[in-house]
Structures are given as C-alpha cells and as structure tokens.
Design a protein around this ligand. Structure first.
Ligand code: PLP
Length: 459
C-alpha cells in the first residue's frame, strides 16, 4: 500500500503540538468537545469539512505567492499556481461564473475590494441598513464602507420585506455609483433582478453579496445573481462548509470596460483591487481549502444538504409558531428563522441567548424590525440550520430542539435587560437531551469526541 505522506505529516504536527504546547493543545481539545456536545444554531456558523481542514493545516503557507497564477513576484509558485487555477475553475463551475478571484481573506474584504475598485472615496453607495438585516460592510458608519464612502441605507417595509419602492426612490434621489443587494439576517428570497432594474435606471453598478445563502445558490435552492449583478461576493465559511475566506465572482459582464480613461475591464479592476490595493500575498492553505470546498459544492450530496438546510428551517419556523412563538416575517425561505423573544417571552435577545447557551443551544441575539432595544440587547434571536443540516438532524429532532428552546425560555426569570435566573432542573434536563441529540447526530468526523475521556491521550 502507498503511504499517505500527508497523513504522516499531519500526525507529526499533532504530536509536536501536544509535546510542545500542552496549554494550547488542551484548549483545542476543550473546543472540540464544546462543538461536539452543543447544538450550534447560529445562522452564520458552519462546520468545515474534514478534508477542508486537512488543506488548511498544510505546509502551503510556506510559499509567498504575491500576484496571480503565471504572474507572481516570486519563484517557486508552480504548484501553488495549479492549486489557485483549480480553485478558480471550481468556483466558476459551481456558480456558472466567468470570473473568480479566490484570494480575498474574508467576505468583508471582498466587499471592500469591490467598493474601492468601482468607487472613488466619497462617492455614494446604497446598501441595506444593518438594523434591517444588512451587513456591516454594506455601508455601516462603523465600517470603512460607511466611513470613507457616502453610504445611504435602505430598509424593509412593515412586513419585513425589502422595501423596493424605497430602494428605487433613494436611488433616484442620491444617484449611487453602487447598489448592494445582500443580507445577513433576512429569511426571505432576494429578488436580484429587481435590484438590477433599479441600478440600470440610475447607471449604478450592482453588487450581490450572497454570503449567507452561498450554499443555497450553489445548489439551486435560491435564485442566482451571477449573471444579473455586475459582481457577486461570498464567503466560503458559512454555507459552503469551507475555510474562513472570501470569493469575488462575475458573470457575463466580467469583461465590461468600467474605466474609460484606461480601458480597464471589470475583472482587471477586481484583480487589482484584491492585489495590490487591499492585500499582499494570498494565503495558499486557504486557497487549497477553498478548492476542496468548491469541489463538493454543487454535487449530489451537497444538494441534499442544501435541501435539508431549508427543510429544517421551515420545520423550525412551523414548530415554533405552533408552540406560540412569534416568528418574524411569518416564516422562512432559506436557513434563517428570527423569533421575537421580547413579545413572546418578555425576554431580551441577550438574555435568551445566554439562557439557551447554558443549556447547550447556541444562538445569537438579533434585532427585529422596529426594535426598541440597542444592538447589544436586542429583542430577537436568530436561528440557522447550516450546522444542524450537516449533522443530518431529522425533522423530528428539530421539533424536539424547538420544544426545548420554548421550555428554556419559559423558565427564565428576567431581572433586567441583561440579567436573569434560570430554573436549575430545566437547565439539567435540556442539557442532557441536547447532549443525547448531539451524540445521535455527531458532527461528521468528530464521532470520537462524543466521549470526553477518549480524547485526552497524554502519551
Ligand atoms: C458574514 C457576512 C459577511 C462577512 O463575512 P466575513 O468573511 O466574516 O468578513 C459579509 N456579508 C454578509 C452578507 C455576511 O452575512
């Protein structure tokens, strides 16, 4: 049998870590147990595939590879070039794109690159308000996108849906150079074509940020913006089960000339925007890990997972409604369910988040439409099913989780916006049932971590 050289190196690496740094090693083991024995329902988190982790932990980071395949500033990049070309071709194939840049270190950086490549500082962009479910990097005043550019926010209407009339009115009034369509806490389908119609009316570029729904789009479970928007950005660590990192894609307009003075095309501007405008040398481990994640996205098994993501979210929304919980937007089309814990249970989002964490259920507080509480408190909680889907939790399991959530939140006595007490016997019961559920549906590849004692080998 041929030796798997990489496995030998990984084993050596693990042995070294244990011998040289027991402190860090034991923290990693702690975190492994935490992930294994709790149920993550944070909509932006996911579980990296083990083969992705294998790439991320490799020696490719030893190579400095400023530039792009075939045009690096350093020698020794022959293999790295092939790996990056593979990642690019898989990104294009997965999304039906004609251009891909796989170097951005995160989706936030990918967004900065697009904004800074297409706008001069001070020019206007129109993006979704953070409070309405947009992302920081879409023009929030605390982010560079809102500080160095004139950002105009749009929001949602009384039903919680994107207010397209307002988008159009604001576009006509402010004449933005860029309109950003993308959300981070929005459970409904996004009508990308409608955004493009508005962008065309005012001669704006359109950026679709599909970070949250990247897996659903890859699997055909959400309409794709690739040939509608000028540029699409996403991250590989939420729904693609890949490494932490960003991607920039473009469809049929990738060769459009966007700078009359130089004749530069969209893809040229974007490439130069990543390097040298924003980044130096790329992270080859991450590029390999992205290639791995993109190698599975779009395949049969991935499509099954994407369908499960949606089915579990719909199931959770229905069950929670059944149990009397106020579900925002009335339900979900994607992986996100937002519940109003203030009007249902008289609890703030932060109290609900903390109480659920004590019971092994990991969620995040989220502002709701017209929220009266600040972002650090919030009146809602956002649930997401990316991790539950990869654990292959069944609908029945999901219904049990919803019952547990309601049971916990009903047993919380609030003392203030941030302080509370929780019935101890409920805490124990729910923790126990979450641990059982996690043992029944382990994170793929983490099966050994279910038993705490089995992992702490000291020799
Ligand atoms: C999470 C998110 C991002 C940021 O991703 P990072 O890679 O963590 O920077 C960008 N856009 C949207 C819509 C997101 O939800």
């Amino acid at each position: 049998m041929k030796t798997n050289l990489l496995a030998v190196i990984s084993a050596n690496a693990q042995r070294d870590l244990l011998e040289k740094d027991t402190t860090l090693h034991s923290l990693l083991v702690d975190e492994l147990h935490r992930q294994s024995c709790t149920l993550a329902l944070v909509a932006s988190c996911s579980v990296s595939d083990l083969a992705v982790l294998a790439c991320e932990g490799m020696f490719l980071d030893n190579v400095t590879a400023e530039g792009y395949p075939g045009a690096r500033y350093h020698a020794g990049c022959r293999v790295i070039d092939d790996i990056e070309r593979l990642a690019v071709s898989r990104a294009c194939k997965t999304y039906g794109a004609r251009y891909a840049n796989v170097q951005p270190l995160s989706a936030s950086i990918a967004n900065q690159v697009v904004i800074a490549s297409l706008l001069h500082p001070g020019e206007t962009l129109l993006g979704m308000d953070l409070d309405a479910g947009g992302h920081l990097s879409h023009g929030s005043k605390v982010n560079i996108s809102g500080r160095h550019f004139n950002s105009i926010p749009y929001g949602v209407d009384n039903d919680g849906l994107i207010d397209f009339d307002a988008v159009e009115r604001l576009a006509l009034q402010h004449r933005p150079r860029l309109i950003i369509a993308g959300t981070t806490a929005y459970p409904r389908t996004i009508d990308f074509a409608r955004f493009r119609t508005i962008a065309d009316k005012v001669g704006a570029f359109m950026l679709a940020d599909i970070t949250h729904i990247a897996g659903l789009v890859a699997a055909g479970e959400h309409p794709s913006p690739i040939d509608i928007a000028h540029v699409t950005t996403l991250c590989t660590h939420k729904q693609l089960y890949g490494p932490r990192g960003g991607l920039i894609l473009s469809g049929k307009e990738h060769c459009k000339v966007v700078e009359d003075s130089t004749g530069a095309t969209l893809e040229q501007k974007l490439d130069r925007g990543v390097f040298p405008l924003y980044q130096g040398a790329p992270a080859p481990n991450k590029i390999a890990a992205k290639a791995r994640a993109l190698g599975t996205a779009g395949g049969y098994e991935f499509k099954e997972t994407a369908r499960r993501i949606r089915a579990l979210a719909t199931c959770a929304a229905d069950e929670l409604k059944q149990l009397g919980v106020k579900v925002q937007f009335g339900g979900t089309d994607n992986h996100i369910v937002i519940i109003d814990v203030l009007s249902t249970f008289g609890l703030t989002g932060i109290v609900a988040q903390k109480a659920l964490e004590e019971c092994g259920i990991i969620v995040n507080k989220n502002r709701i439409v017209g929220d009266s509480k600040p972002v650090t408190v919030a009146s809602g909680v956002r649930l997401g099913t990316n991790s539950a889907a990869i654990r292959k939790i069944t609908r029945e399991g999901m219904r049990d989780v919803c019952t547990a959530i309601v049971m916990v939140l009903k047993s919380v006595t609030p003392r203030s916006d941030k302080e509370y007490s929780l019935d101890a016997s409920i805490r124990e019961t729910v923790n126990e049932s979450v641990r059982n559920l996690c043992a029944r549906f382990p994170i793929p590849g983490f099966e050994a971590a279910g038993e705490k004692t089995s992992l702490v080998h000291t020799h």
